[in-house]
Design a protein around this ligand. Sequence first.
Ligand SMILES: Cc1ncc(COP(=O)(O)O)c(C=O)c1O
Length: 461
Amino acid sequence: MRRTGNKTIVPFKAKIVEPIRLLPRAERIERIIAAGLNLFNLESRDVYIDLLTDSGTGAMSAQQLGAAMMGDESYAGSRSFERLAENFSRITGLPYVIPAHQGRGAERVLNSVLVKKHQIVPGNSHFDTTKAHIEFSGGRCIDCTIQAGKSSQELHPFKGNLDLVALRQAVEEYGAKHVAYVLITVTCNSGGGQPVSMQNMREVSAYARSRGIAVYLDVARFAENAFFIKEREEGYADKSIAEIVFEMFSYADGCTMSAKKDGIVPMGGLIGVRDQGLFEALKTPTILFEGFFTYGGMSGMTMEALATGLEEVLDEDYLRYRVGQVAQLGAWLEEEGVPIVRPVGGHAVFIDGRLFFPDIPEDEFPAQAVCVELYKEGGVRAVEIGSNLIGRNPDTGENIRPAMDLCRLTIPRRVYSSEHLEHVVDAAKTVLDGQHSRSRGLAFLKEAQGIRHFASTFREL
Ligand SMILES: Cc1ncc(COP(=O)(O)O)c(C=O)c1O
């Protein structure tokens, strides 16, 4: 039993449980080979601890399930949407709300209206579906994350921040009218689950507005970002999470949200906007792609659970436990010598694949190899956020070499105990001790097109 690190108070107890099992090692090896060394191809029943994602995997509360029973399933004018939209507007200050089935649904609707061919969207390490939707609408993403956010070891309290110099350069180079909008992702997923400071949001917004450019937030993990601001940024220690969240949104013209993270629901998404004209323009694509604009792919039950989840996620005790649990896993891994991205972000611990397997060449997917070994060793399912995920340059077709090649251990909300996370640490330590001198990685068996990490398969070299 590990005893070091911050002990957090867990502000809930279990009422319903779901059985899980650890397959014998020989069967795990059989399963991962049959899956083409791609962890997305595993059956969930063959996974002991599932750290693939924090998206839609959180445990709902008794209050959320109770609220769900009040769901109004009316096609139009659902009472549940009214409650959800009221809650979201009160929390964010954004008066107009459009529902979507999940984050990428919201991204498709918003980008289909905002992005014109050849326009750019500068931002901080756009999430993969966001990038894909901007490109699908004819736009290009320009990554303006600060340098510290691209290094796994450089310590910085807000590694998700945008570099204002890089942002200005992009705007100068393309011209303000060729900038569809600036996107700030809070917290920044691809860059390590790292927060963005309030000061950075304020400065980015002031600059963008001075050039007549709109600012949008991708707010999948807005409450976790707010907690980091409270903990780390001067002047915010005495503010409530709700006050911090409200200020964050004040710097934006609108947002998209995957509600599967900080909404703590299995499915759902939202768009919030300030402008009534834009709200009207979003209705038709919502009807085309998502559903009528008072449900957008969510059931009344989901909308009720989400309306309650948005209230629960602002609870400071919950956020302290949540961010504390992720930090605890990071501290334990570091104690065992596992190289991780520092400081630890809000929803995941990232193992640096290139440092974990220093002898595996960069183009042989070291982080994917870490994911495969963790499954073989402990039945743990992680996900690669690196060379495989980032894919090829759409103009040249060449493999993009990402700044970091990471294996992400993503922690579902309110699901796993310390014992579960200790098992993960033991598995990582065993792999590290036994295989540090491994010199070959993986090669594609079949390379999928587009977002390739979901479907590509590999062989061991
Ligand atoms: C920052 C961010 N934006 C957007 C999305 C897409 O959301 P969804 O999976 O609900 O489509 C995700 C999902 O992980 C995300 O992390």
